[in-house]
Design a binder for this molecule. Structure first.
Ligand SMILES: [Zn+2]
Length: 266
């Protein structure tokens, strides 16, 4: 599932391939994308904000896409066979050297800088864990503003802190020894600092590694990439207790945790 690191890595790859190049073909299944003329413009840059991918074109035009659960961007050489079916294609952007294809992307819009600045999801985004700088104090302030909520839910709230998805949520709370059901008001400053510090460190490392799959354990054993995520019923890598699983919060997102290593706080 695309989390902040996936999107930032995709943005880097797309930027390297496309920046400075002229768009020779632009097609989309979305009618709202056919209104502006994209062909003939230059790709100025590609970057990410939280889980949004932003392509900036010459002439004040910006393409915002959001991957939600299943979306992805691929880069191919012209004529190269796609790794997904044609029916999954949503956007094709072609230059002389590369073809960028968005598959199953559910959210896409073309904006000028004024509407981009006003875009609600972007404007309300919390500090980005993968941004060049990360304002941990502001992230903490936004977490503290939700004292009655459980920390696992708060970490998924992109308006609080941007970039964490469901997999990192479970992994980070295991790595910091915090129960996912702890209410924010019961967490100490030191614990919040540790959660945010660990999040930034692990997510930045995953962008740098360019590995196809996310690793939080940094184990050399390829079958041991996660501590708890997707490991319900299996033994905890630290203490051997069976990993538990439940659906948590108003969106019923899956949470994995070790009942022994992650205690409800006091
Ligand atoms: Zn354990």
């Amino acid at each position: 599932m695309p989390e902040g690191d996936t999107i930032h890595r995709a943005a880097r790859t797309l930027h390297t391939a496309l920046a400075g190049r002229t768009i020779t073909r632009f097609e989309s299944v979305f009618p709202q994308l056919s209104r502006a003329r994209v062909t003939g413009r230059t790709v100025e840059s590609v970057d990410a904000a939280g889980k949004h991918l932003l392509m900036h074109f010459s002439g004040d035009l910006h393409l915002r896409t959001h991957m939600r659960m299943n979306g992805s961007w691929h880069v191919y050489r012209p004529g190269e066979r796609w790794r997904k079916r044609f029916s999954e294609m949503r956007i094709v952007l072609e230059t002389d050297a590369w073809v960028a294809v968005a598959f199953n992307v559910p959210v896409a819009e073309l904006l000028d800088s004024r509407s981009l600045a006003r875009q609600n999801d972007l404007r309300n985004l919390g500090p980005d864990l993968l941004g060049e700088t990360f304002d941990a104090e502001e992230a903490k302030r936004r977490i503290r503003a939700l004292p009655d909520e459980e920390i696992a839910d708060v970490l998924l709230n992109q308006r609080v802190v941007a970039g964490i998805g469901n997999e990192y949520k479970s992994e980070l709370l295991f790595m910091t020894g915090v129960s996912p059901f702890t209410r924010v008001r019961d967490l100490g400053d030191e614990q919040l600092d540790r959660i945010l510090r660990t999040a930034r460190k692990v997510m930045v490392a995953n962008v740098e590694m360019r590995s196809a799959s996310r690793i939080t354990t940094f184990s050399l054993d390829p079958s041991a990439k996660q501590y708890v995520y997707s490991r319900g019923g299996k033994p905890c890598r630290r203490c051997g207790t069976a990993i538990e699983y439940t659906r948590q919060g108003k969106d019923a997102r899956g949470t994995y945790w070790c009942p022994k290593c992650q205690r409800a706080e006091g």
